[in-house]
Design a protein around this ligand. Structure first.
Ligand SMILES: *Cc1c(COP(=O)(O)O)cnc(C)c1O
Length: 354
């Protein structure tokens, strides 16, 4: 089985080996040391500013999205939310559920955010900006420079869902003034699902401390204080955290986040070059490194997904809803190499008879 979906993705052999071991007890100095190292490496890989912290929540990426909304925002806030697909919609839904006032910038599937669109909103009306760096459902990568300037000039709290872009794109907290970065274990970190990670800058930490949160499990005050000694308030997904540690250390030894980003970009460009004569068109206006979102010109996107899965043992990522037959996605995150794309392209050519 070859997996080109956008998560869970393929883990490397050493990460898989840890998954085969017994899960150890975790209230120990050894596990605390592992967690403190996880935090240090996370802060390093997103170039977090002085005083920033990383916390590890047990849950999928959406748990951290919800945690961000309930710990950082309250009745005095008004958020501006970019909604260009499934994951933008999730921030919208979270604001609604938790009674946070917001306006949404609704974009069409595949549409990029431009300064012209952003210019229609008066930043003075808002206190926070919520955006998915990479709208994984359509493969659009939003322009961080654009959003960064908008937030900086008006002192908006900048919350970035980088769940599918951390380690695939340059998510530099210091450079872009990002106050909160969110990611998850099963995307470019290439570990099993179960852990989501939040990196909080000082401004965000202050907000957490001054906010009353009506949720025990996702309360960041206790996550932050327990994290000081490398622990978590509740039993975390211990096994996944050990796998994350292995993966972070491997990345560190192989040139850090920048090397991993370059490797991912190379795979994306390699794949896009190989399919130029196939009846597909790049779907999104500003493609990411993590995913190639393709429009199937014969309107057979879902059929391609089924054929590759059932006849070739290859998973590509289908789209849902209105885009089901029109769009499919090919991921470039996880333990993949150029040869894997040769196998995929060969199968695509056979199915399409090209
Ligand atoms: C995958 C993803 C999520 C949701 O993550 P879950 O782990 O499924 O909860 C949120 N935002 C983005 C951009 C994603 O790619």
């Amino acid at each position: 089985m070859l997996n080109f979906t956008v998560g869970p993705v393929q883990s490397n052999e050493q990460v898989c080996e840890i998954g085969a071991q017994q899960v150890p007890y975790f209230r120990t100095p050894e596990f605390s040391a592992t967690m403190l190292q996880n935090e240090q490496l996370m802060l390093k890989f997103c170039n977090a500013p002085q005083g920033a912290r990383a916390v590890f929540l047990t849950g999928s990426g959406s748990a951290s999205m919800e945690s961000a909304v309930i710990n950082l925002l309250n009745q005095n806030d008004k958020a501006l939310v970019v909604n260009g697909g499934t994951f933008g919609q999730r921030f919208v839904d979270l604001c609604k559920i938790h009674d946070v006032a917001f306006d949404e910038i609704k974009l069409c599937a595949g549409q990029a955010l431009t300064s012209e669109i952003l210019g229609r909103y008066n930043p003075k009306d808002y206190t926070a900006f919520l955006i998915n760096h990479h709208e994984t459902s359509t493969g659009v990568l939003y322009d961080l420079n654009l959003v960064s300037d908008f937030c900086r000039q008006n002192d908006l709290l900048f919350v970035l869902d980088a769940i599918s872009s951390f380690l695939a794109e340059d998510v530099d907290l210091s450079k872009y003034g990002i106050d909160v970065m969110i990611t998850g274990s099963q995307k470019a970190l290439a570990c099993p699902p179960g852990i989501s990670i939040m990196v909080l800058g000082q401004k965000a930490i202050e907000r957490v401390k001054n906010n009353k949160t009506k949720c025990m499990y996702l309360d960041l005050k206790s996550a932050l204080s327990n994290g000081e000694r490398g622990q978590t308030p509740f039993t975390p997904a211990v096994g996944t955290l050990l796998q994350i540690n292995k993966r972070l250390c491997q990345i560190d030894q192989k040139g850090g986040a920048q090397a991993e980003i370059a490797r991912t970009r190379d795979l994306a460009l390699y794949f896009r070059e190989q399919i130029k004569d196939l009846p597909f068109k790049i779907f999104s206006q500003s493609p990411s490194n993590a995913v190639t979102s393709l429009e199937a010109l014969d309107n057979d996107a879902y059929d391609l997904f089924l054929k590759l899965k059932d006849e070739y043992g290859i998973w590509i990522c289908p789209n849902g809803g209105e885009l089901k037959d029109r769009v499919f996605r090919v991921g470039h995150i996880g333990n993949l190499c150029r040869q894997d794309y040769d196998v995929l392209v060969c199968a695509l050519r056979k199915v399409k008879g090209v």
